[in-house]
Design a protein around this ligand. Structure first.
Ligand SMILES: NC(=O)C1=CN([C@@H]2O[C@H](COP(=O)(O)OP(=O)(O)OC[C@H]3O[C@@H](n4cnc5c(N)ncnc54)[C@H](OP(=O)(O)O)[C@@H]3O)[C@@H](O)[C@H]2O)C=CC1
Length: 258
């Protein structure tokens, strides 16, 4: 696979191009749509194998694999009327857009694969869920940190719901920091400390010989401070509230409102 097109060059488009091209000996040719002009121009200036096309049709015509990375609400304007030859492989990274929906918009016989690339593809460290498995697409995401093909779109949507929990996690850390600052410690110190604490969590998660339950137990002294916060704050009611929020998100991803 040597020619990759991207329609919609925003945050995730930029991360994909960077992961594919930055410092790579075997960077593929990449064809970008002209919208998101500043980002597209910057990427083309930075990487010899990246070009900006005149329009979205040119992106499709020049590419073997076409990644659709516009926002969901822009898909009809961006894609309506495009001619996509049946030998193309279309990768749909738009959250909440089913393969059938995209196939209808494109009116194509081409293979359509859904994927959830995360910003860490930029450093070739993102594991990307794909559906259905496709050798070319899985190889593409393999270069960007790994592919995790799943059986069907129902399973895909479960993973998609999990990705919706990321910013709550950052807010949790910000809440810890501002609580500490409210107690009178310098906010910068609190933030530095919280970042360090949870970088340690990130490293511990890399140790796949220990289960998540094991990791939790290993960090907890019986009747200690961690047990106290876990049982008084992340109690059953809190865990159930999280489960309900995820249930609601999953129901929408499985065919809820537009
Ligand atoms: N950000 C992320 O971490 C992830 C995002 N996604 C999905 O990727 C998609 C894009 O997200 P994100 O990159 O964050 O969004 P951005 O808003 O950063 O990027 C969207 C890009 O699409 C461009 N665009 C809009 N209309 C058209 C058009 N008609 N033709 C071509 N390009 C067009 C916009 O250009 P302009 O600036 O000129 O309006 C913009 O550059 C979404 O569907 C999202 O669900 C999936 C996984 C992760």
């Amino acid at each position: 696979m040597q020619r990759i097109g991207i329609v919609g060059v925003g945050e995730i488009g930029r991360a994909l191009v960077t992961g594919l091209c930055e410092g790579a000996d075997d960077a593929p040719e990449v064809f970008l749509s002209p919208r998101g002009a500043d980002t597209a121009a910057e990427l083309a200036a930075r990487h010899a194998s990246v070009r900006v096309c005149a329009d979205n049709q040119e992106v499709v015509d020049r590419s073997e694999v076409v990644i659709i990375a516009v926002r969901k609400e822009d898909r009809h304007t961006a894609l309506g009327g495009l001619r996509v030859a049946p030998d193309r492989i279309v990768v749909n990274v738009m959250a909440g857009v089913a393969s059938d929906d995209l196939r209808r918009t494109l009116a194509t016989e081409a293979a359509v694969v859904r994927a959830i690339p995360l910003p860490a593809v930029r450093e070739r460290r993102g594991v990307t869920v794909t559906c259905p498995a496709h050798p070319v697409v899985d190889a593409l995401f393999g270069r960007l940190g790994g592919a995790l093909p799943v059986a069907d779109e129902a399973a895909f949507n479960v993973f998609s719901a999990l990705t919706g929990t990321l910013t709550a996690h950052y807010r949790y850390l910000a809440t810890l920091t501002s609580w500490a600052a409210d107690q009178g410690v310098p906010a910068a110190d609190a933030e530095r400390y919280v970042r360090g604490l949870f970088q340690g969590v990130g490293r511990a998660l890399g140790d796949e010989t220990r289960t998540l339950d094991r990791l939790a137990a290993d960090h907890e002294t019986p009747k200690g401070n961690n047990e106290r916060i876990r049982t008084t704050w992340f109690d059953q009611a809190n865990a159930q509230a999280l489960g309900s929020a995820l249930d609601g998100l999953l129901a929408d991803l499985n065919g809820g409102p537009e």
